[in-house]
Ligand binder design. Structure first.
Ligand code: TYM
Length: 342
C-alpha cells in the first residue's frame, strides 16, 4: 500500500522554495494518501546548532507545516529525534551503504566546502539517515524538490542492497518474494521543483544565501514581499509567449514558474496571459499573488508559535503515532539482520 514520507530541516525559517518545491505537493497528497511529515532535527545537527535556536526552529517549522495547510489529524507531524527507529535504522544502513556511493553526493561536496577534513562525519553519512527516515516506514512516495533527487536515488540503492544482502533471511522471515524494503519513488512535480534566487537565476533559493533579498521567507510581511519582487533580477526583454522563449532567461523562467505554481495553472497558460508584456506589469500581479498566499500563512505561524506547549503536544502525538508504525518494522529489521531481541 502506498505511504508518503517527507521532511524538512529546522534550520532558520522556511522559504518559498521549500513551500512551492515540496510542501504544495505534501498538502495535495494529504488528501489521497497516508502521509508522514517529519521535522528532521537529527539532520540539522550535522552542522552545529545553538540548542535554544534549534528548539525554536523545530517549533517554527512545525507551525509552518500546520499554517501552510497540513492537518495534524489527517497526517502524522512529528520531529525525528522522538522516534528512535530513525537512528537505529541509520546505523544498519551505514553498514549497507558504500563509501563510493557517498563520495558521489554533490550536496556533501557543496556543504562541506573546501575544508572537507573539518566536516562532521554526520554530514557525510547524512544520506544514509535520510534513507532510514523513509524506509523506517517502508514509505513508497517521497515528495521533494529537485535538489533531493540524488539522495532519493541513494535511498533506492540502499533498499535494494539490503534486500539482496539479506534475501535468504528476508524469505525466512516470511516475505516470500525476498523484498522487505520497497523502492521509494521521488515525487518531483510542478513548475517550481527548483526555485531560484531572486538575485541570480543560476543559483538555488536557499536559507544560507547571505542576502535576504534572494528569497521570500514564509514569515515575510506584505511590504517585504512587494519590495523583494520589485527588486528581483530580470532582463530587459518582454516576457516570452511560449516555453521555448526561456532559453538564456533563467530569471524569467523562475518568476513564471513561481507564479504558475502559486495559482495552480500550467506554465503555457500563464505565458498565454503575460507573453509580450513587460516585467513591471507581471511583477505587480506576482507580488499580489504571493502576498495573498503567504500573508495568512505568516500570520498563522505567528499565532501558533505563541503557544509552544500546544506545538509540543502536537509533536508528541505525531511521534507516538509514528512510533507505532516504525517500531515493528525496526523489530523485523533486527530479526532479518540476525540480532536477538526479547
Ligand atoms: P531541506 O530542509 O533542505 O528542504 C526541504 C524541502 O524543500 C525543498 N527545497 C526546494 N525546492 C525547490 N526549490 C528550492 N530552492 C528548494 N530548496 C529546498 C527540498 O528539495 C526539500 O524537499 N535532506 C532533506 C530533508 C530530509 C528528507 C528526508 C526529505 C531528511 N530526510 C526524507 C525527504 C525524505 C533536506 O535537507 O531538505
Amino acid at each position: 500500500t502506498p505511504r508518503v514520507f517527507s521532511g524538512m530541516q529546522p534550520t532558520g525559517s522556511l522559504h518559498l522554495g521549500n513551500y512551492l518545491g515540496a510542501m504544495v505537493n505534501w498538502i495535495k497528497m494529504q488528501e489521497t494518501h497516508e502521509c508522514i511529515y517529519c521535522v528532521v532535527d537529527l539532520h540539522a545537527i550535522t552542522v552545529w546548532q545553538d540548542p535554544a535556536e534549534l528548539r525554536n526552529a523545530i517549533r517554527q517549522v512545525t507551525a509552518a507545516y500546520i499554517a501552510a495547510g497540513l492537518d495534524p489529524k489527517k497526517s502524522i507531524l512529528f520531529n525525528q529525534s522522538q522516534v528512535s527507529a530513525h537512528a537505529e535504522l541509520a546505523w544498519v544502513f551505514n553498514c549497507v551503504s558504500r563509501l563510493g556511493w557517498l563520495n558521489r553526493m554533490t550536496q556533501f561536496k557543496e556543504k562541506a566546502g573546501k575544508d572537507r577534513e573539518q566536516a562532521s562525519v554526520g554530514l557525510y553519512a547524512y544520506p544514509n539517515l535520510m534513507a532510514a527516515d523513509i524506509l523506517a516506514y517502508r514509505a513508497t512516495h517521497v515528495p521533494v524538490g529537485e535538489d533531493q533527487k540524488q539522495h532519493l536515488e541513494l535511498a533506492r540503492d540502499i533498499a535494494q542492497k539490503f534486500n539482496n544482502d539479506f534475501s535468504a533471511s528476508i524469505i525466512a522471515e516470511g516475505f516470500a518474494d525476498g523484498i522487505f524494503f520497497p523502492q521509494p519513488e521521488p515525487v518531483i512535480t510542478g513548475a517550481a521543483t527548483r526555485v531560484m534566487s531572486l538575485r541570480d537565476g543560476s543559483k538555488k533559493m536557499s536559507k544560507s544565501d547571505p542576502s535576504d533579498l534572494s528569497r521570500i521567507n514564509m514569515t515575510d510581511d506584505a511590504d517585504t514581499i512587494a519590495k523583494k519582487i520589485q527588486k528581483a533580477k530580470t532582463d530587459p526583454e518582454p516576457l516570452p509567449s511560449e516555453e521555448g522563449g526561456f532559453s538564456g532567461r533563467p530569471e524569467a523562467e523562475n518568476l513564471i514558474g513561481i507564479y504558475a505554481t502559486l495559482v495552480d495553472k500550467p506554465v503555457d497558460a500563464v505565458l498565454a496571459e503575460f507573453g509580450g508584456q513587460q516585467f513591471s506589469a507581471f511583477k505587480k500581479v506576482l507580488a499580489d499573488a504571493l502576498v495573498a498566499k503567504i500573508e495568512p500563512i505568516a500570520n498563522e505561524i505567528k499565532r501558533l508559535t505563541g503557544d509552544p506547549a500546544e506545538i509540543d503536544r502536537i509533536l508528541a502525538d505525531g511521534s507516538s503515532r509514528a512510533r507505532e508504525i516504525a517500531t515493528p518494522i525496526m523489530g523485523k529489521v533486527k530479526d532479518i539482520v540476525g540480532f536477538i531481541r526479547s
